[in-house]
Design a protein around this ligand. Structure first.
Ligand code: ADP
Length: 475
C-alpha cells in the first residue's frame, strides 16, 4: 500500500494546531504498520532548513499557478520520505502558513494552496517522481483539497483519493475571480462543483470529488452532516450518499512522553506521581503564581477563538477564582479576546496568569504541571490537548462535543453538555469537589495516564479505509 499525504503544516517544523501533529505522526505510524506512506508539504523556510539534504526529484518547472517556478525535492524524516514543494516565490516567507508576520492573512493563499493541490495531483498521478506513484492520495483539509478535484478530472488511470476534514469551520473561500489564477476552468464553476454561494470553495472541491470523506472523530462525523453543526456544508456532504468516516486521532507517544520529555523539570510516569510535583511548582513559578500554592490549578492551551470557547473561559474566571481555583492560559488568536483575557488576568494577579504566544515547550510544561485542563470548545473535530493532558496526568474538563465526547468520560475527566458559562462553571465545581479528595483524584489521574492514545489503532483504521476506497475508485 503506497499512500501520499498532502497537507499545509507538519510537526515538528511548522505547526499552528492539531493538523500539524497529525501529519507529523500518522505517516510514520502507517509505515510501522507496513505501508509505504509519504508526505508532500510546501517548502516553507523551516522545512527547507530542516531537510537541508533533500535532493531534487523534479524541476525546475513552471507550474500553471501564477506561472510559479518550482522544484520538487525529497528528503526523509525518521523513515518517512518527505517531498518538499520548493517554490520560493510563494513559500519562502516569514509568518505561518496562513498569516504574515503582522498577523494578516496572506493575500495570495489561493495561489499558495492552489499550487499545493496541483503539485499533489501531479505527484499522485505519477507525473513528478518517475520512481514512485501512490495507490491513494490522502488530502488533509481545504489547503490540499484541490488535488482531489484535479485528479478526478485527469484523463487516464489515477490513484484513489481520501479527503479528511480537520476543521469544517475553515473552508478556503475565495472571490470568484481567483478561479482565473488557478488551473481550473469556467466549467468547474457551478453549484455541483466549486461554486459555493458565489465564492470559490476549496473545501467543497474535496467534498464533491474525493472517493471518500473522513474526519477526525466518530462524533464529529455525525455532527458535520447535521444542519445545526455542519457549517453550511451538511447539504453537500449529504448529497454524496455515503456517510463520512470518523477515526479518532492518536498522539505521538514518543514526542509526548512524560518519562522522557526534555521540556520538563522532572520526568515522571504513572508509577511515581510524586515526581510530577516539581513540574507543578515550576509551572506556577514560570507563570508568576505562588509556586507552593495549593489551589486547584486549571489551564488552557489553545488558539484563542470563539470556536475554542475562549470567551466562555473569560466569563467564568471570576467564578473559578471565587471557587478557589487558579488559572494559567497559553494561547494566541483573536486580538480582542487576547486583550480581554489579559484584562481579566490583571484583575486577579495572584490567581490568573496568561501567556500570549505559541510556545511548544511551554505547552508540554502546562500538561505536566496542571491539575486540570479546560477545553470549553463550541465544536471540536477531535482536539488533541485533552489527550496530551491525560497522558501527562492533568484531568480534562470538556464540553461534550466531537472528539472530546469520544475521548473523555467520567473515569478520566469531567464533561458538560452545553457551551455556556453556567454549565462550564458547574463542571469546574464538580472537578473541585473531587480535587478535594486526593485519593479519588489520584485514581482518576492514574486512569487517565494509562489510557492508550497511540496512533496504532487509527493508523490501521486509515489503512482499512484506504483499501475500501481503492476497491471502489475508478482505476
Ligand atoms: P486545533 O488544531 O483546532 O487548534 P487541537 O487541540 O487539535 O486544536 O490541536 C492544537 C495543537 O496546538 C496542540 O498540539 C496544542 O498543544 C497546540 N497549541 C495550541 N496553542 C498553542 C500555543 N499557544 N502554544 C503551543 N502549542 C499550542
Amino acid at each position: 500500500m503506497r499512500a501520499l499525504h498532502l497537507a499545509a503544516e507538519a510537526a515538528p517544523w511548522v505547526k499552528t494546531g492539531g493538523l500539524a501533529d497529525v501529519i507529523g505522526a500518522l505517516p510514520a505510524a502507517q509505515r510501522d504498520a507496513g505501508a509505504d506512506a509519504r508526505l508532500l508539504v510546501p517548502g516553507y523556510p523551516a522545512i527547507v532548513r530542516a531537510l537541508a539534504d533533500a535532493t531534487p526529484v523534479a524541476g525546475p518547472f513552471v507550474a500553471p499557478v501564477g506561472q510559479a517556478p518550482c522544484r520538487l525535492l525529497r528528503g526523509t524524516y525518521g523513515d518517512v520520505p518527505v517531498y518538499v514543494l520548493d517554490c520560493p516565490w510563494l513559500y519562502r516567507r516569514d509568518g505561518n502558513p496562513y498569516i504574515d508576520a503582522s498577523g494578516a492573512p496572506w493575500h495570495d493563499s489561493h495561489l499558495r494552496f492552489g499550487l499545493l493541490g496541483w503539485a499533489g495531483a501531479q505527484l499522485a498521478a505519477g507525473a513528478l517522481d518517475p520512481h514512485w506513484t501512490p495507490d491513494l492520495l490522502h488530502a488533509h483539509d481545504w489547503h490540499a483539497a484541490l488535488a482531489c478535484w484535479l485528479l478526478e478530472r485527469r484523463p487516464g488511470p489515477r490513484p484513489a483519493t481520501a479527503f479528511s476534514v480537520h476543521n469544517i469551520g475553515y473552508q478556503g473561500l475565495f472571490p470568484a475571480w481567483t478561479l482565473e489564477d488557478l488551473p481550473l476552468s469556467r466549467r468547474d464553476w457551478h453549484p455541483g462543483g466549486l461554486e459555493f454561494h458565489g465564492e470559490l470553495s476549496f473545501m467543497k472541491a474535496g467534498l464533491v470529488s474525493s472517493d471518500g470523506i473522513g474526519t477526525v472523530s466518530p462524533t464529529h462525523a455525525r455532527e458535520i452532516v447535521d444542519p445545526s453543526t455542519g457549517h453550511g456544508l451538511h447539504g453537500v456532504l449529504r448529497s454524496r450518499g455515503d456517510a463520512p468516516v470518523g477515526i479518532l486521532n492518536g498522539i505521538d507517544t514518543r514526542a509526548w512522553d512524560p518519562a522522557r520529555d526534555p521540556a520538563l523539570v522532572s520526568a515522571f510516569d504513572a508509577s511515581d506521581l510524586d515526581r510530577r510535583l516539581p513540574n507543578r511548582r515550576a509551572l506556577r513559578a514560570e507563570m508568576g503564581l505562588d509556586a507552593d500554592g495549593a489551589r486547584m490549578l486549571l489551564g488552557m492551551v489553545s488558539r484563542i477563538t470563539s470556536q475554542k470557547g475562549s470567551d466562555l473561559l473569560i466569563s467564568v474566571i471570576p467564578h473559578l477564582v471565587e471557587a478557589g481555583c487558579d488559572l494559567v492560559v497559553l494561547g494566541s488568536g483573536e486580538q480582542a479576546l487576547e486583550a480581554q483575557l489579559r484584562q481579566v488576568a490583571a484583575r486577579h494577579p495572584a490567581h490568573v496568569a496568561v501567556h500570549i504566544g505559541f510556545d511548544e515547550a511551554l505547552s508540554h510544561r502546562f500538561f505536566a504541571g496542571l491539575d486540570a485542563l479546560v477545553v470549553p470548545s463550541r465544536y471540536e473535530p477531535c482536539g488533541l490537548t485533552q489527550l496530551y493532558a491525560m497522558r501527562y496526568g492533568a484531568l480534562p474538563i470538556v464540553h461534550r462535543t466531537g472528539g472530546l465526547a469520544d475521548s473523555v468520560d467520567p473515569e478520566v475527566g469531567f464533561l458538560f453538555e452545553r457551551p455556556d458559562a453556567p454549565a462550564f462553571g458547574a463542571a469546574i465545581d464538580a472537578a473541585r469537589t473531587v480535587f478535594a479528595q486526593p485519593q479519588r483524584w489520584r485514581e482518576m489521574m492514574l486512569a487517565a495516564m494509562r489510557r492508550d492514545h497511540g496512533w496504532q489503532r487509527a493508523a490501521s483504521g486509515y489503512l482499512d479505509w484506504y483499501r475500501q476506497l481503492m476497491a471502489c475508485a475508478p482505476r
